[in-house]
Design a binder for this molecule. Structure first.
Ligand code: URA
Length: 253
Protein backbone atom coordinates (compact mmCIF):
# COMPACT_ATOMS: atom_id res chain seq x y z
CA UNK A 1 0.00 0.00 0.00
CA UNK A 2 2.73 2.40 1.06
CA UNK A 3 4.68 1.61 -2.14
CA UNK A 4 1.73 2.44 -4.35
CA UNK A 5 1.20 5.78 -2.60
CA UNK A 6 4.90 6.65 -2.95
CA UNK A 7 4.80 5.73 -6.64
CA UNK A 8 1.75 7.97 -7.16
CA UNK A 9 3.48 10.87 -5.39
CA UNK A 10 6.60 10.35 -7.48
CA UNK A 11 4.56 10.31 -10.67
CA UNK A 12 2.74 13.48 -9.64
CA UNK A 13 5.95 15.37 -8.90
CA UNK A 14 7.51 14.15 -12.16
CA UNK A 15 4.43 15.34 -14.06
CA UNK A 16 4.55 18.72 -12.28
CA UNK A 17 8.25 19.05 -13.13
CA UNK A 18 7.62 18.19 -16.79
CA UNK A 19 4.84 20.78 -16.93
CA UNK A 20 7.21 23.38 -15.49
CA UNK A 21 9.79 22.51 -18.12
CA UNK A 22 7.12 22.77 -20.82
CA UNK A 23 6.18 26.25 -19.57
CA UNK A 24 9.83 27.18 -19.90
CA UNK A 25 9.76 25.98 -23.51
CA UNK A 26 11.91 22.86 -22.91
CA UNK A 27 10.48 20.06 -25.01
CA UNK A 28 13.20 17.40 -25.07
CA UNK A 29 15.39 15.98 -22.32
CA UNK A 30 18.74 14.27 -22.69
CA UNK A 31 18.78 10.51 -22.18
CA UNK A 32 19.40 9.51 -18.60
CA UNK A 33 23.00 8.33 -19.27
CA UNK A 34 23.93 11.55 -21.05
CA UNK A 35 22.43 13.60 -18.27
CA UNK A 36 24.29 11.57 -15.65
CA UNK A 37 27.55 11.99 -17.56
CA UNK A 38 27.07 15.75 -17.54
CA UNK A 39 26.46 15.83 -13.84
CA UNK A 40 29.15 13.39 -12.70
CA UNK A 41 32.38 13.16 -14.70
CA UNK A 42 33.92 9.76 -15.34
CA UNK A 43 36.34 8.71 -12.58
CA UNK A 44 39.31 9.47 -14.86
CA UNK A 45 38.16 13.09 -15.10
CA UNK A 46 37.99 13.47 -11.36
CA UNK A 47 40.64 15.19 -9.30
CA UNK A 48 42.44 12.65 -7.05
CA UNK A 49 39.49 13.07 -4.72
CA UNK A 50 36.41 15.25 -4.68
CA UNK A 51 36.48 18.23 -2.35
CA UNK A 52 34.44 16.29 0.22
CA UNK A 53 36.80 13.31 0.05
CA UNK A 54 40.05 15.27 0.31
CA UNK A 55 41.44 15.32 3.86
CA UNK A 56 40.67 18.58 5.56
CA UNK A 57 43.74 20.79 5.85
CA UNK A 58 44.24 23.48 8.41
CA UNK A 59 45.87 26.38 6.60
CA UNK A 60 48.42 28.34 8.55
CA UNK A 61 47.41 31.94 7.78
CA UNK A 62 50.98 33.12 8.39
CA UNK A 63 52.55 30.85 5.76
CA UNK A 64 49.64 29.81 3.56
CA UNK A 65 50.69 26.14 3.76
CA UNK A 66 48.36 23.41 4.99
CA UNK A 67 49.31 21.11 7.82
CA UNK A 68 49.38 18.07 5.53
CA UNK A 69 51.68 19.64 2.92
CA UNK A 70 54.52 17.43 1.63
CA UNK A 71 57.97 18.34 0.35
CA UNK A 72 56.79 17.21 -3.10
CA UNK A 73 53.94 19.76 -2.94
CA UNK A 74 56.41 22.52 -2.07
CA UNK A 75 58.85 21.47 -4.81
CA UNK A 76 56.01 21.37 -7.30
CA UNK A 77 54.87 24.89 -6.42
CA UNK A 78 58.46 26.13 -6.73
CA UNK A 79 58.57 24.70 -10.27
CA UNK A 80 61.20 26.12 -12.61
CA UNK A 81 61.24 29.26 -10.46
CA UNK A 82 61.84 32.64 -12.07
CA UNK A 83 60.44 34.75 -9.24
CA UNK A 84 63.68 36.65 -8.57
CA UNK A 85 66.95 37.57 -10.30
CA UNK A 86 68.82 34.62 -8.82
CA UNK A 87 67.29 32.39 -11.50
CA UNK A 88 69.37 34.13 -14.18
CA UNK A 89 72.77 32.65 -13.33
CA UNK A 90 71.82 29.41 -11.63
CA UNK A 91 72.50 26.02 -13.19
CA UNK A 92 70.16 24.12 -10.89
CA UNK A 93 67.63 24.82 -8.21
CA UNK A 94 68.95 23.47 -4.91
CA UNK A 95 65.81 22.56 -3.03
CA UNK A 96 66.90 20.49 -0.04
CA UNK A 97 68.22 17.15 1.01
CA UNK A 98 67.55 14.56 3.67
CA UNK A 99 64.88 12.99 5.77
CA UNK A 100 61.38 14.39 5.08
CA UNK A 101 60.42 13.48 8.69
CA UNK A 102 63.58 14.80 10.33
CA UNK A 103 63.54 15.99 13.93
CA UNK A 104 66.52 18.21 13.20
CA UNK A 105 66.58 20.68 10.30
CA UNK A 106 69.54 22.79 9.20
CA UNK A 107 68.94 26.05 7.35
CA UNK A 108 71.86 27.66 5.55
CA UNK A 109 72.25 30.67 3.35
CA UNK A 110 72.29 29.74 -0.31
CA UNK A 111 73.95 27.31 -2.71
CA UNK A 112 77.58 27.80 -3.72
CA UNK A 113 79.29 26.61 -6.89
CA UNK A 114 79.38 22.91 -5.95
CA UNK A 115 75.76 22.92 -4.81
CA UNK A 116 74.71 24.73 -7.99
CA UNK A 117 76.49 22.08 -10.06
CA UNK A 118 75.11 19.09 -8.15
CA UNK A 119 71.66 20.38 -7.18
CA UNK A 120 72.25 19.44 -3.53
CA UNK A 121 72.83 21.68 -0.49
CA UNK A 122 76.07 21.68 1.48
CA UNK A 123 78.19 19.43 -0.70
CA UNK A 124 81.20 21.78 -1.15
CA UNK A 125 83.92 22.52 1.42
CA UNK A 126 81.56 24.11 3.93
CA UNK A 127 79.19 21.22 3.33
CA UNK A 128 81.90 18.69 4.05
CA UNK A 129 82.60 20.40 7.35
CA UNK A 130 78.87 20.41 8.18
CA UNK A 131 78.54 16.75 7.18
CA UNK A 132 81.54 15.88 9.38
CA UNK A 133 80.01 17.75 12.34
CA UNK A 134 76.76 15.83 11.88
CA UNK A 135 78.25 12.40 11.23
CA UNK A 136 81.44 12.39 13.30
CA UNK A 137 80.39 14.92 15.94
CA UNK A 138 76.73 14.14 16.52
CA UNK A 139 77.18 10.56 15.35
CA UNK A 140 74.07 10.46 13.22
CA UNK A 141 73.93 9.91 9.44
CA UNK A 142 73.45 13.09 7.42
CA UNK A 143 70.46 11.37 5.79
CA UNK A 144 68.67 11.47 9.17
CA UNK A 145 68.44 15.28 9.19
CA UNK A 146 66.96 17.69 6.65
CA UNK A 147 69.17 20.39 5.11
CA UNK A 148 68.14 23.37 3.02
CA UNK A 149 68.86 27.07 2.47
CA UNK A 150 66.96 30.31 2.66
CA UNK A 151 67.38 30.78 -1.11
CA UNK A 152 67.29 27.91 -3.56
CA UNK A 153 69.49 29.42 -6.29
CA UNK A 154 73.16 30.36 -6.12
CA UNK A 155 73.76 34.07 -5.56
CA UNK A 156 76.37 35.36 -8.06
CA UNK A 157 79.94 35.22 -6.76
CA UNK A 158 78.66 33.58 -3.59
CA UNK A 159 77.42 36.88 -2.21
CA UNK A 160 74.89 36.81 0.62
CA UNK A 161 71.27 36.67 -0.57
CA UNK A 162 69.68 40.11 -0.72
CA UNK A 163 66.68 40.67 1.46
CA UNK A 164 64.15 40.79 -1.41
CA UNK A 165 65.54 37.48 -2.72
CA UNK A 166 65.26 35.89 0.72
CA UNK A 167 61.72 37.26 1.14
CA UNK A 168 60.65 35.95 -2.26
CA UNK A 169 62.03 32.50 -1.49
CA UNK A 170 60.74 32.44 2.07
CA UNK A 171 57.44 30.90 0.99
CA UNK A 172 59.34 27.74 0.06
CA UNK A 173 61.40 27.60 3.24
CA UNK A 174 58.12 28.00 5.15
CA UNK A 175 56.69 25.15 3.07
CA UNK A 176 59.68 22.94 3.83
CA UNK A 177 59.34 23.66 7.55
CA UNK A 178 55.59 22.98 7.37
CA UNK A 179 56.23 19.68 5.56
CA UNK A 180 59.11 18.37 7.66
CA UNK A 181 57.79 19.68 11.00
CA UNK A 182 61.21 19.50 12.66
CA UNK A 183 61.42 19.53 16.44
CA UNK A 184 64.45 21.81 16.27
CA UNK A 185 65.90 24.09 13.58
CA UNK A 186 69.62 24.93 13.49
CA UNK A 187 70.20 28.16 11.57
CA UNK A 188 73.66 28.44 10.05
CA UNK A 189 75.07 31.96 9.90
CA UNK A 190 73.65 35.45 10.06
CA UNK A 191 71.31 35.53 7.02
CA UNK A 192 69.42 32.37 8.05
CA UNK A 193 69.03 33.48 11.67
CA UNK A 194 68.00 37.00 10.61
CA UNK A 195 65.36 35.68 8.22
CA UNK A 196 63.89 33.21 10.68
CA UNK A 197 63.83 35.66 13.57
CA UNK A 198 62.61 38.59 11.49
CA UNK A 199 65.35 40.98 12.59
CA UNK A 200 68.98 41.58 11.81
CA UNK A 201 71.09 39.64 14.26
CA UNK A 202 74.73 39.65 15.28
CA UNK A 203 75.41 35.98 14.92
CA UNK A 204 78.59 35.89 16.99
CA UNK A 205 76.60 37.35 19.91
CA UNK A 206 73.39 35.41 19.38
CA UNK A 207 74.79 31.96 18.67
CA UNK A 208 74.18 29.32 21.30
CA UNK A 209 71.04 31.03 22.65
CA UNK A 210 67.70 29.38 22.02
CA UNK A 211 65.30 31.33 19.82
CA UNK A 212 61.89 30.53 18.39
CA UNK A 213 60.48 30.40 14.86
CA UNK A 214 56.69 30.19 15.13
CA UNK A 215 56.44 27.31 17.62
CA UNK A 216 59.76 25.65 16.76
CA UNK A 217 62.93 26.11 18.85
CA UNK A 218 65.80 27.55 16.82
CA UNK A 219 69.48 27.17 17.71
CA UNK A 220 71.47 29.83 15.86
CA UNK A 221 75.06 28.89 15.20
CA UNK A 222 77.98 29.97 13.04
CA UNK A 223 78.00 29.15 9.34
CA UNK A 224 80.50 26.36 8.50
CA UNK A 225 82.06 28.61 5.83
CA UNK A 226 82.81 31.15 8.59
CA UNK A 227 84.33 28.40 10.72
CA UNK A 228 86.50 27.37 7.77
CA UNK A 229 87.69 30.96 7.38
CA UNK A 230 88.32 31.38 11.11
CA UNK A 231 89.28 27.86 12.03
CA UNK A 232 89.90 28.53 15.70
CA UNK A 233 89.47 26.10 18.54
CA UNK A 234 86.94 28.48 20.07
CA UNK A 235 84.73 28.65 16.97
CA UNK A 236 84.80 24.88 16.57
CA UNK A 237 84.02 24.32 20.25
CA UNK A 238 81.14 26.81 20.13
CA UNK A 239 79.54 25.24 17.08
CA UNK A 240 80.00 21.80 18.57
CA UNK A 241 78.24 22.89 21.78
CA UNK A 242 75.38 24.44 19.79
CA UNK A 243 74.85 21.32 17.71
CA UNK A 244 74.95 19.07 20.75
CA UNK A 245 72.27 21.14 22.47
CA UNK A 246 70.15 21.10 19.31
CA UNK A 247 70.36 17.31 19.00
CA UNK A 248 69.55 16.78 22.67
CA UNK A 249 66.51 19.04 22.46
CA UNK A 250 65.30 17.34 19.29
CA UNK A 251 65.38 14.05 21.21
CA UNK A 252 63.80 15.31 24.42
CA UNK A 253 60.27 14.12 25.16
N1 URA B 1 76.57 27.47 2.01
C1 URA B 1 75.26 27.50 2.25
O1 URA B 1 74.77 28.34 2.98
N2 URA B 1 74.51 26.58 1.70
C2 URA B 1 74.98 25.63 0.92
O2 URA B 1 74.20 24.83 0.44
C3 URA B 1 76.36 25.61 0.70
C4 URA B 1 77.15 26.54 1.26
Amino acid sequence: MGDAREARQLLASARAWLEELGEEGIETLPRLQEAAAEVSPAPSQLEPATAEERPLQTLDPATGWGDTVSLEDVRERLGDCRRCRLCEARSRIVFGDGNPDADLMFVGEGPGADEDAQGLPFVGRAGQLLTGMIEKGLEIPRSQVYICNIVKCRPPKNRAPQSDEAQTCREFLDGQIAAVKPRVIVSLGKPAASLLLGREVYITRLRGQWQQYRDIPVMPTLHPAFVLRQYTAENRRNVWNDLKQALERSRAQ
